[in-house]
Each structure stands twice: as structure tokens, then as C-alpha cells.
Design a protein. Structure first.
Lengths: 568, 345
């Protein structure tokens, strides 16, 4: 049938008739496309149309935008947001590059430990850094005097706090970029007696430039759309993300919230497009004949970089350690005796211990349903035969969430699911909507991870099973899934950790029954209970750490059973 | 054919699983009342437990936030209300909701026992009062000493440049405490003088908080030397060991009532009425008295530990009508003048 015409070149067309397997896979494709349309495209469309309406739902064109741009406080918010995001991007890029260079291009000791320490912020909500900074540099902070006349409440606090939580995101991209060096280039340069500094600027930097750019875009987007840190430590320094929050949560002015979130969507989409463009170039840099680069020992350089990594690591650990200490202090700063008083969540704002258990439940739902759905989706994109256009649509749909900041997604969900005529309205205020929103929010990275793993799998497997008349699900269960298991487990872990720590989307969607720990941290700080907020944030860190350790053990166990074929 | 069935099951399993997961997550209970409140979080458990001693069959689901947020939330949900009962929200806010036609008038059993100030004057009333909550200034004696700040005795004192950057107060748009402060200044100094006073005060404010208790909690922790908050919060923080002085400025202090009402359109009217009946009993008022020195039920109030003396005399003769009618206008004017210094939310 027509499907065979568009088969990829590497698959030999064996059948002319549309097989049963094809039908199943195509139904799957269509189902997933519909799901993504409901969960991503429709809400965004509702958001757009809402921004053109007044409070009673009447169409008023660009009136809201005009009103917004006439507000004098607006321009300070835009310039504040840009100042913070650009400063953080520059600072983080420099530090992450040197740190990543030390991890990948030197033989300094304890590289594994430094790598682990740099990933700590992934285990915590972004607010933790801001809370910890208040204990270090706030008006009652241990190191208050270091700041002199300046105050931590404002741009300084936002920038330092943001650097902390985005660092691992930048580091991972840069480490990947630095790991793909071609040793032959260095050998050639050395043979030509090129000085070391020159090699660095003509070989190392150009090789990693796309990774650096990509990291820069990611950091910029993460910071400009995050409101956790500015909310806690921003004082009176307003940024766009907190403006949205103020409009929607503080004044229940949803139309204006829609306007500001659309404005926030703009830089995020630009960064997304630029990043895609950069990624494509990066891949083209890799030649199949490249020889992996093996760093040589160089005591002086390694020593200097060791000290650098040590300093950065100490800062990271001290951020966490201060929060841990403060969470056990009975009444900072007047009663420094230690107690568990701040962990008594049930007598405070924030939803109590129930919020913590809700978070765990949500993280498990996200990890289980999300990973299954996403893996199935990427399988269809990679392995469904024919119907290239359907697969392309699904792939594009899967890429879209990366361009949508969590905050924008959350508001779009309010409009879409709380609309009186939406048959899916029963989801509003339930755990279900939190799970869907979180899966969508983190869909793209998971999708790409699965896709990479699936691409490593020779298409011959499918061809062989096809010729043996083995049904597609048997190949899926016996070959595809076991081979991709490590990547699949990575996705499970990625979804779980992010579901535990995310604030940005779910803060607009939780209800009293589905209060989450990360949102509780925000609310407790809001009520002035900063020590309990630290304690709740740490409960998330403890849980994430335990999960991470279990995950590592499981991966090691499973790899031994399913990945033996990789070693010859 | 069997194989086809099997295959279909397999390919659809993930989708079905997802939907099933969502269904599990959707829970409901007929016995549960959705109660919106601005009462301090640490008291909610106590209130619910005492109510359940007498009515174990009705469960309470709290939605707690600052006064302004709860009010905005109720207004936003006007056409599709989610709350059944409002228990513990500023009377000025309830008056606003009443004028929007959102409250179900109901005369709870034992209404005549209440102080007549503590109820809506209409018959049957739309809301009944619980207790008065009263503005106060929390001064951290340790930090004030470090910064050489004299102890203020009046609202006017607070405009002295010596306090510049040392004052924190709640944003009236989100906090009921913030609003009662603003409305009391407008009543004490008159419209013109009130805004003039706030202009001067604004020069000294470090930041405006979202919640009414946060300024006092921050003063208790020494994050700021002085927080404009309310007396009850100050007494609690003092009891927790904070070095606080609770000051009642000599011009008099603003106050508001916390009150109870039934939301019109509730599907659980009889349970809601049971709760409102209970909320004005002597037992309930004794409960309120653990934190609030002035309660609706006459003759039972006992002094509250750490509460400043002379609080009854300090309370201004509050014109609730003025506050409720002008609420929207006052808040818009405030926002226009001072919002740039406000903390997010």
C-alpha cells in the first residue's frame, strides 16, 4: 500500500500488504499524537486566546497587552529579568567550563567525587539555595558582614541562588561537549609544536563552542522563567516570573497572567530555536573516524584545577550543609539548640506531612506512567514502518514542551482544564492534572534519551523478526526493551527527581487535597516560616538521594544481566 | 485473532494505565466540607479537632491563605463556588462578598447570646463574628538595641528617618492585616492625612510582605528590627522565645473581626449549618480566646499571655461600613502608589 513508498532506505520492504503490526503501530501513533495535542497544543491555544479577552470572556484584541505595556513597573521587570538571566548565564558558563574541563581533560584525583558534588542541586528544589543564602548572608546571616552595606535581598541573592541550581544543567552539557574531542587534532597540533595556550584556543574551545552556546541558552531560559528564587530572596526586586505569580495567585487576575506568561514564552522560544540550530551543528562536528582523546597527566595544571574544583565543591556543600543545620536549630538566631521542631509540619502553613507524601505519590505516578508513555512514543517515532509524516508530527509534538516554560504550561492548564465546557474538567484540582502536567513539562529530554538509545539498535532486528513472522510486540519485549533498559531507567529517575523538586508548573494547579512538598516550601517561606521551609526542602533532598542510590544499584544489577553483549 | 487482541492490549496498555492512574487519584467524600479560612495555620488542627469532638461525622477540608488571597479566590470562583463555608475571614471581606450576593443568610442557634457588634445587622445575618484581631507593632529589642533605634510609641514615630529600612509591613492587597492598618490610618488621619502619612511611612519601609504574620515572624527572627503586624502573632512569637516588645501605638490601632459565613449554592447546606452553629458556641469562643483577647461571646474572655495591656482601650472605633465599601478603591490607590516595593505575590 501507499505506506511502503515512504519507507526509510535502510529497511528492506518485505511486504506489500499493510501488516497487522503496522496497523497497531499506526493506531499507537495516532493515539499519542492526540494525547500530546490535548496536553500541549490545546492548552497553549487557550492561553493565547485568553490573553485577548477581558474578565468576562469578551474578545478585546490587544487591549490587555496595551494596558500591560502602559504599566510603569513593567520595564523595570523586563530589564531586571534580563540583567539577572544574562549575569547568571555568564557566571555559570565560565565556572562550569573550567569545572567541566577539569573533569574531562585532566587526570586530577577525585574527579568522580567532584562530578557527584556538582550534581547535588538536581536533588533539591530551586528554593533551597535561596533559603540557604538567607542563613548565610541575610540580616541574621553567619557571614552578613561579607556583604558590607549591600543586601542579599535583591539581585545579588537572585543571581547567586540561581547560579547554584542551574549549575548542573550547564555542567552536563559542557561535559558532553568536551568529552567528544578528537585526539588526532591534538596529536597534529603537538607535532607542529603549537603552544599549549594556542591549542586551547584553536582546538579545545572551537570543539566545545556549540556545547557552551547550548548551555548558555538553557541557563538563560531556566533563570528567566524561574520564580522560586526571586520569590524567596528577591525582596522588592521584581522580575517577569514573579509578576506572573503576583497577577495569578496574588490577585487572581488570570487575563493579565496570560499576557505576562506569553511575554515570557518569547525568550524561551527564541532560546529553544537557537539551541536546536546549535545542536545540529554540534553533531556535524563529529567525524566517524575520530579517536577518543585520552588526557595526560600534567601536575601543575591538574593541581590548579584541583584547587578550583575543591573551592566550588566546598561552596556547594556549604549551601546544603547550612540548610541542614538551620532546619534543626530551634529558634534562629536566639536559641541555637538543636531540635526537630521545624519538622513538625502539621502545625504550620504548607499542608503538613501530607504534602510530602503527595509529592512521593506524584513522583511515582510520573515515573511509572511517564516513562512508559514516553518510551512507547519514541519507539513509534523510531521504529514504526512508513507513515513518515505521522512520525514527524509525533516527534515535533514531543519536542514542543522544551520550548514551554513550566510556569506558562501551568497557567495554560488552568485555562484549558478549568474551562466550564471542557469534558476533561473533572481533572482540575486532582492528582491527575499534576501528573499530566509534570510528564509533559519534562517530556522532551526523556523522549530524546529514549530515542538515542533506540537509534543504537540495529534495524536488522526488526527486519529479522519480520521475516521470522515474529510479532512486533515480541521483538519489543525480548530485544528492544532489555537493550534500552539503562536509558529507560534513566528516564524513570529523571522524571521522579523532577517531579519531586518542580514548583513552576504545579504551583498553579495544586488543590488542598493535592498539596505538594515543593509548593509547601514556597508557601511556608511566604508565611515567614523559613526554617520549616528549609526542613521541607531537605525532606525532598533526602528522598531524592535515597531514590538516586537505589537507582544506581538497580542499574548496576540490571546492566550485568542485560548489557553483557556490549562487551566483546 | 487472539494474537491481535493481545497486541492491542499491549499497545494500549500504557494509555489505559495512565487513565487508570488518574482515576485512582480522583477521590471524593460526601461528609467533607470545604472550608476557606485565613486563620493562622497552627490553629486549624485545633479548631477542627474541637469541632469533631462534637460532630465526628463532618470532616473539614481547609483552604488557607492570607485574607486578600482567600477573598480574591472566592471572588474568582463566584460563578462556580468550591467552598461550602468560610470560617475565619475578615468581616470587611465578608461584607464585600455579601454585596456580591455570594453568602447564604442563616441565623445560627444561639445567635442572641453573641455581642451585637459581632454579627451582621441584617436578619437573618449573612455572617457572624468570632473574635477581633488587632494591629500591633512587633519590635525586636535585641536588633533595635544594635541599631540604636528608640522604641516607637505612636504611628507617627514610625515615619522618623531613624527607622529607614528597618520597617516591614504587609501588603494590604494580599493581607487582611495590611488592609486594616491602611483603613485605620485613613480613619485616624482622614483621607488626605492618611495617604500623606503612608507616603512618609513608605520612605522607611524595607519591603512589603505578602502575609500579615510574616513581618512579626521576621522581626522575631531579627531579619528586620520592626514589623507592623498583629498582636496575636506577636504574643505567639514571644511565647516561642523571641525577644519582642509588642507595641500599641497611642493614636489607637485598627482591628477587624474574624467571621463565619455559608457560601450560597453549597450542596452540603445542613452540614454547613451544623458547623456555623458550632462556630458561635461558648466552647468555640473559648477556643478563639486562646489566641484572641477579644471574642464574640461576652463574659468568657480571659487575658492572653504576652498580650499587650490596654488593648480594648487602644482599639479605634472602627467604621466597617467605610472599610468594606471603599476596599477596592483603597487597594487600587495603594497599589498605584507603593507596589514597586512589594514582595512578590
Amino acid at each position: 500500500m501507499s505506506g511502503t513508498l515512504s519507507l526509510p532506505a535502510n529497511v528492506v520492504p518485505v511486504r506489500v500488504r499493510l501488516s497487522r503490526d503496522d496497523v497497531i503501530l499506526r493506531i499507537g501513533l495516532i493515539c499519542l499524537i492526540i494525547l500530546l495535542a490535548i496536553a500541549v497544543v490545546f492548552p497553549l491555544y487557550t492561553l493565547l486566546s485568553k490573553s485577548l479577552e477581558d474578565i468576562d470572556g469578551k474578545y478585546i484584541g490587544l487591549q490587555n497587552f496595551r494596558e500591560y505595556f502602559e504599566t510603569p513597573a513593567l520595564f523595570s521587570s523586563i530589564t531586571n529579568s534580563l540583567t539577572v538571566a544574562i549575569s547568571v548565564a555568564l557566571i555559570v558558563l565560565v565556572i562550569a567550563f573550567v569545572y567541566g574541563y577539569a573533569l574531562t581533560r585532566t587526570r586530577m584525583p577525585l574527579r568522580w567525587l567532584f562530578r557527584g558534588i556538582a550534581l547535588i542541586p538536581i536533588l533539591a528544589p530551586s528554593l533551597l539555595a535561596a533559603i540557604s543564602l538567607i542563613y548565610w548572608f541575610g540580616n541574621q546571616g553567619v557571614l552578613r558582614s561579607w556583604l558590607g552595606e549591600a543586601s542579599i535581598y535583591g539581585p545579588i541573592g537572585i543571581i547567586i541562588g540561581s547560579c547554584f541550581w542551574v549549575f548542573p544543567h550547564a555542567l552536563m552539557i559542557i561535559v558532553t561537549a568536551l568529552s567528544t574531542a578528537d585526539a588526532r587534532l591534538y596529536e597534529a597540533a603537538e607535532a607542529l609544536r603549537t603552544p599549549k595556550w594556542r591549542i586551547f584556543f584553536t582546538v579545545t574551545l572551537p570543539g566545545a563552542k556549540y556545547g557552551i552556546l547550548s548551555a548558555g541558552f538553557i541557563v538563560f531560559t531556566l533563570v528567566i522563567t524561574d520564580f522560586g528564587v526571586p520569590k524567596v530572596i528577591g525582596g522588592r526586586y521584581n522580575v517577569l516570573a514573579t509578576d506572573v505569580y503576583k497577577q495569578v495567585v496574588g490577585q487572581q487576575n488570570f487575563e493579565m497572567g496570560a499576557v505576562v506568561s506569553l511575554i515570557l514564552l518569547l525568550p524561551a522560544v527564541l532560546a529553544f530555536i537557537a539551541d536546536r540550530w546549535v545542536q545540529r551543528r554540534q553533531i556535524a562536528l563529529l567525524s566517524p573516524h575520530a579517536v577518543p582523546f585520552q588526557p595526560k597527566s600534567h601536575p601543575l595544571r591538574d593541581g590548579i584545577l584541583f584547587v578550583f574544583c575543591l573551592v566550588v565543591s566546598i561552596i556547594f556543600i556549604s549551601m546544603l550543609a547550612m540548610a541542614v543545620y538551620a532546619s534543626f536549630v530551634t529558634f534562629w538566631p536566639y536559641n541555637l539548640s538543636l531540635s526537630l521542631k521545624n519538622y513538625n509540619f502539621d502545625v504550620m502553613d504548607g499542608g503538613g506531612w501530607e504534602a510530602y507524601f503527595n509529592s512521593i505519590r506524584m513522583a511515582i505516578y510520573c515515573a511509572v506512567f511517564g516513562s512508559g508513555l514516553i518510551f512507547f512514543g519514541s519507539y513509534l517515532v523510531e521504529k514504526a514502518r512508513g507513515v513518515t509524516w505521522l512520525r514527524t508530527i509525533l516527534h515535533l509534538g514531543a519536542m514542543l514542551p522544551l520550548a514551554v516554560p513550566g510556569l506558562v504550561l501551568g497557567i495554560a492548564y488552568i485555562f484549558f482544564f478549568n474551562h466550564p465546557e471542557n469534558p476533561l474538567g473533572f481533572l482540575y484540582g486532582t492528582m491527575g492534572i499534576l501528573v499530566i502536567c509534570t510528564i509533559v513539562h519534562f517530556y522532551t529530554v526523556s523522549h530524546l534519551t529514549c530515542l538515542t538509545a533506540l537509534k543504537q539498535l540495529d534495524p536488522e532486528f526488526e527486519a529479522v523478526s519480520l521475516s521470522l513472522k515474529s510479532p512486533v510486540w515480541r521483538t519489543f519485549g525480548k530485544v528492544t526493551l532489555p537493550v534500552c533498559l539503562p536509558a529507560f531507567l534513566d528516564v524513570v529517575s529523571y522524571l521522579f527527581l523532577n517531579a519531586m523538586t518542580t514548583v513552576s508548573a504545579v504551583v498553579f494547579l495544586y488543590s488542598p487535597e493535592t498539596m505538594l512538598a515543593s509548593v509547601a516550601v514556597l508557601n511556608m517561606d511566604d508565611a515567614g516560616d523559613i526554617a520549616p521551609a528549609a526542613a521541607m526542602a531537605l525532606m525532598i533532598v533526602y528522598t531524592s538521594t535515597v531514590f538516586r542510590v537505589l537507582h544506581a544499584l538497580l542499574v548496576r544489577f540490571i546492566s550485568r544481566r542485560t548489557q553483557v553483549w556490549r562487551t566483546r | 485473532m487472539k494474537k491481535l487482541e493481545h497486541a492491542l492490549t499491549y499497545s494500549a496498555r500504557v494509555i489505559i494505565g495512565l487513565i487508570a492512574g488518574l482515576m485512582i487519584a480522583v477521590t471524593s467524600s460526601a461528609e467533607t466540607l470545604m472550608v476557606y479560612t485565613a486563620v493562622e495555620a497552627e490553629d486549624l488542627k485545633r479548631y477542627a479537632a474541637a469541632f469533631n469532638e462534637d460532630h465526628p461525622d463532618i470532616k473539614i477540608r481547609w483552604v488557607r491563605d492570607s485574607t486578600g488571597i482567600v477573598t480574591a479566590k472566592l471572588l474568582a470562583e463566584k460563578n462556580n463556588p468550591r467552598a461550602d463555608v468560610i470560617w475565619g475571614l475578615a468581616a470587611t471581606s465578608l461584607m464585600l462578598l455579601q454585596s456580591e450576593g455570594m453568602l447564604q443568610a442563616y441565623a445560627p442557634k444561639g445567635l442572641n447570646k453573641l455581642d451585637s457588634k459581632f454579627r451582621d445587622s441584617a436578619n437573618p445575618p449573612s455572617w457572624t463574628g468570632m473574635d477581633a484581631w488587632i494591629a500591633a507593632v512587633c519590635v525586636n529589642t535585641v536588633e533595635a538595641g544594635k541599631n540604636n533605634l528608640p522604641t516607637p510609641t505612636s504611628w507617627m514615630d514610625l515615619t522618623d528617618p531613624v527607622y529607614k529600612g528597618h520597617l516591614v509591613m504587609p501588603n494590604p492587597n494580599s493581607s487582611g492585616t495590611g488592609f486594616l492598618d491602611v483603613s485605620s490610618w485613613l480613619q485616624i488621619y482622614g483621607e488626605l492625612g492618611g495617604w500623606q502619612y503612608m507616603d512618609n511611612l513608605h520612605e522607611n519601609i524595607a519591603w512589603y510582605t505578602h502575609s500579615g504574620s510574616k513581618p512579626c515572624k521576621q522581626a522575631a527572627r531579627g531579619e528586620t528590627p520592626i514589623g507592623i503586624s498583629f498582636a496575636f502573632r506577636g504574643a505567639k512569637s514571644k511565647a516561642a522565645g523571641a525577644p519582642l516588645d509588642i507595641i500599641l501605638p497611642k493614636e489607637g490601632v485598627g482591628w477587624d473581626m474574624e467571621a463565619t459565613a455559608i457560601v450560597k449554592g453549597t450542596k452540603k447546606l445542613s452540614a454547613a449549618q451544623t458547623l456555623v452553629d458550632w462556630s458561635i458556641t461558648k466552647k468555640a469562643n473559648k477556643l478563639y480566646n486562646q489566641g484572641y483577647a477579644v471574642v464574640a461571646y461576652p463574659g468568657i474572655a480571659k487575658p492572653v499571655k504576652h498580650f499587650p495591656e490596654g488593648i480594648l482601650e487602644a482599639m479605634i472605633n472602627n467604621d466597617f461600613e467605610f472599610a468594606a465599601v471603599n476596599r477596592k478603591k483603597i487597594l487600587a490607590e495603594w497599589q498605584k502608589r507603593y507596589d514597586a516595593k512589594s514582595e512578590a505575590k
